[in-house]
Design a protein around this ligand. Sequence first.
Ligand code: UTP
Length: 289
Amino acid sequence: MILKPIRKAVFPVAGLGTRFLPATKAIPKEMLPIVDSPLIQYAVNEAREAGIEQMIFVTGRGKSAIEDHFDIAYELERTMSERGKDLSVLEPTRLGAGNCAYVRQQEPLGLGHAIWCARDIVGDEPFAIFLPDEFMHGSPGCMKQMVDAYHRLGGNIISVLEVPHDKVSSYGVIAPGSSEGAVTEVLGLVEKPKAEDAPSNLIISGRYILQPEVMHVLKGQEKGAGGEIQLTDAMAQMIGKQPFHAVTFDGKRYDCGSKVGYIEANLAIALERPDMADEVRAIALDLLA
Ligand code: UTP
């Protein structure tokens, strides 16, 4: 099977981030830091680890901090150099010339619409999607695990994880077919079902490898759950026409679109960092005493 490689990643970052207001009034949700790196940086690192070269950001008004983050900061760097400070900390923010593209979603009409806005830059090749507020932590990273599965299976691959049944109505849910190891065949997809109607408790967790045909489906996609154009609805139409599998991520996922998940991620990462773990553990124990 000759497969086109996954070279491009789309990062939809045009959402309003209302759950984090007022923090996200002037700062994109994706720039909120986990310890000292913004969420978007972790997602870009994960893409690079999976061999992806071209980063496509679907932005909206008020998101220019993301462009600045991945640009050269001449004044900052000159001043740091003059003061003898280590510039290597900025290394992950450097994307190669021509390796990042920005496209605007003028109105936040939904995730499916945001992806469709990137259609001309994606072109006629399979591509990855990262929702940066889903922070996937593990080694190898989530997308690397998915790309490895893609090389075996081709078609479309989404990452999934199990949640308690009463939580499914906030997410896209899969109807699972047969499983082998971490890979499950996807027989159906439904966005934000009622708990009693949900086909499983396996939810889509913010990472996708999709074939370019999804863009044609999105073009005619009607509004779905929440009055938004849903990516899940478009993907559902591709099942049966192309291979469609889910990979259960071997790692930890933090839902950083929610405040509690965000706090959990900060604490967890701080407790892994050799430069601060002991101090943070002591503080946490003290607070809990
Ligand atoms: P969310 O459902 O988390 O929405 O979007 P949101 O606007 O970011 O946050 P809340 O719910 O108001 O707090 C999931 C992902 O899809 C992107 C978001 O930026 C986020 O990465 N998105 C969503 C868009 O790019 N455009 C949209 O129209 C909707």
